[in-house]
Write a protein that binds this ligand. Structure first.
Ligand code: NAP
Length: 263
């Protein structure tokens, strides 16, 4: 029986690239998101390339706990197993603290933290049955918090803690837990507003250091395949996390330079 991989947030960016990697490796797939035309387009592309690959497209918001349970139950009914679960869906609420409100922080947590819980709970039993793999997509901001990303970094610190606890809790049950911490990767993440909607009119410009999405996806899949506890993706991400761990005075100095002149 072909293995089955369930990915949240595959309509663009890292999730879409991961879906391609898993389809190439012979997995059946369930992938989710809210932009159904993009999900269907990805499905068509993958079925064209890999005709034996069975794919379920599930239009679901990760904030909706009941809908997430139903989506995962449907996929289990169809595929009878779950081997890899990737909690990838997420977005950035950016902005200085003084320009945000409590509800912005709450919204950020609804997707980036509670959305992850809604993804994991209904899948645990099946992952245990298959000695499967769970992966949560964190961020380099799970380790460090530059100015203007407090809401996002808080949410990503939270999932780092979750991943650390789950690694130890689920290991005896045969489930591997891999935390992924990407630096800049090309995707739609920088053209969304603070409600998470994609702004078509916003010009897509990627940071110079941004890694190609397919390269990031290959590295992420390799880490999950090796059942690693964590992987930092991109060289600049590794560099930043290293400095945070071993030379913590350096980064605040950089952040101070970045916000110099702003009042
Ligand atoms: N790209 C980077 O530089 C970078 C760096 C560090 C971490 N990350 C993390 O990587 C993950 C993927 O982001 P990306 O960079 O690939 O950005 P992206 O291209 O914007 O993709 C985000 C995906 O998440 C889905 N999503 C967002 N909110 C959702 C919700 N409430 N319900 C269901 N799906 C939702 C989106 O689907 P719909 O829009 O169709 O709903 C989309 O498929 C995120 O967790 C992000 O924090 C990215």
């Amino acid at each position: 029986m072909r293995p089955h991989c369930y990915i949240t947030g595959a309509s663009s960016g890292i999730g879409a690239a991961l879906a391609k990697e898993y389809a190439k490796d012979g997995y059946n797939l369930t992938f989710t998101g809210r932009r159904v035309p993009l999900l269907n387009q990805l499905k068509q592309e993958l079925v064209g390339l890999y005709p034996d690959c069975k794919i379920i497209v599930s239009q679901v918001d990760v904030c909706d706990e009941k809908a997430m349970s139903e989506s995962i139950a449907d996929s289990l009914k169809q595929f009878q197993r779950l081997d890899v679960l990737i909690a990838n869906a997420g977005y950035v609420v950016g902005g200085e603290f003084k320009n945000l409100q409590t509800k912005d922080y709450r919204n950020q947590f609804e997707t980036n933290v509670f959305g992850v819980l809604h993804t994991i709970y209904p899948a645990l039993k099946s992952l245990e049955e298959s000695n499967g793999s769970l992966s949560i997509i964190g961020s380099v901001n799970s380790y460090l918090t530059p100015p203007t990303v407090s809401a996002y970094a808080m949410s990503k610190y939270a999932v780092r803690s979750l991943g650390e606890a789950l690694y130890h809790e689920l290991k005896p049950k045969g489930i591997s837990v891999t935390m992924i911490y990407p630096g800049f990767v090309k995707s739609d993440i920088r053209i969304r507003n603070k409600q998470g909607a994609v702004l078509e009119r916003k010009k897509k410009s990627e940071p110079k250091l941004a890694m190609d999405t397919d390269v990031a996806a290959r590295q992420i899949k390799r880490a999950i395949d090796k059942r690693k506890q964590e992987a930092v993706i991109t060289w600049h991400g590794k560099f930043a996390v290293w400095f945070k761990r071993f030379c913590p005075v350096f980064l605040p100095y950089l952040f101070r330079l970045q916000s110099r002149g702003k009042k």
